[in-house]
Write a protein that binds this ligand. Sequence first.
Ligand code: C5P
Length: 234
Amino acid sequence: ALPYDLSGVRMVISAGGTREALDPVRYLGNHSSGKQGYALARAASQRGADVTLVSGATSNPGDPASVRIVNVDSAREMQREMSERAVDADVVIMAAAVADFRPVSVADAKIKKGDDGPAPIVLDTNPDILAGLVRDRTDGKIASDTVIVGFAAETGDEHGGVLDHGRAKLRRKGCDLLIVNAVGGGKAFGTEDNTGWVLSADGRETGLPFGSKTLMASRILDEVAQLVPDGRVH
Ligand code: C5P
């Protein structure tokens, strides 16, 4: 029998939003539903890939069959799982919405209301997981032919800079593919549908049709499959 195009390809996909604890009962989070990352995991598994999903907080993304799920909370936890698991991966996809900041420390007890002034919350910058994975590849910690894919949510429209921002981000992050989504005005976050472009480090730019996150996932995987070295498909 002919193998599926991602047969035996080891994929690690992050999805959902990270939560950064403030105290025992509160966190800083975001509105990511996890649906696009889960759709990618489901579609990749159906095409024969061996998929691990590193999942932050989600809302009703639907459990994909035959996918290993690793639940994480914070960005630093997600980074640990992603960087360890990337060592044995052929493809790494960062579809998660990672918090850029975290509280400098987690209070032992519930933070009390003070007077009316500003809240006593000081933030530190979180590591950029995607950039770290690219660095690990450059440093030889992960194989040089590992495919690394990122996402970018940009406001505006095609002519209002979304594509320009995406091109600049692709160069800055150093990944092989960047999936660019236009967001704002109810687009992408938490919705069922999505659209955008797949920008490739080799200069190819593919428009994605407007449609379900499942359709988007299959188009994105078409692009990913082209980058996976032949020897990695079994
Ligand atoms: O720079 P920006 O946050 O727009 O980049 C988005 C991409 O970078 C996504 O693939 C996201 O998963 C990843 N990212 C990350 N670590 C961060 C912030 C974003 O890996 N701290």
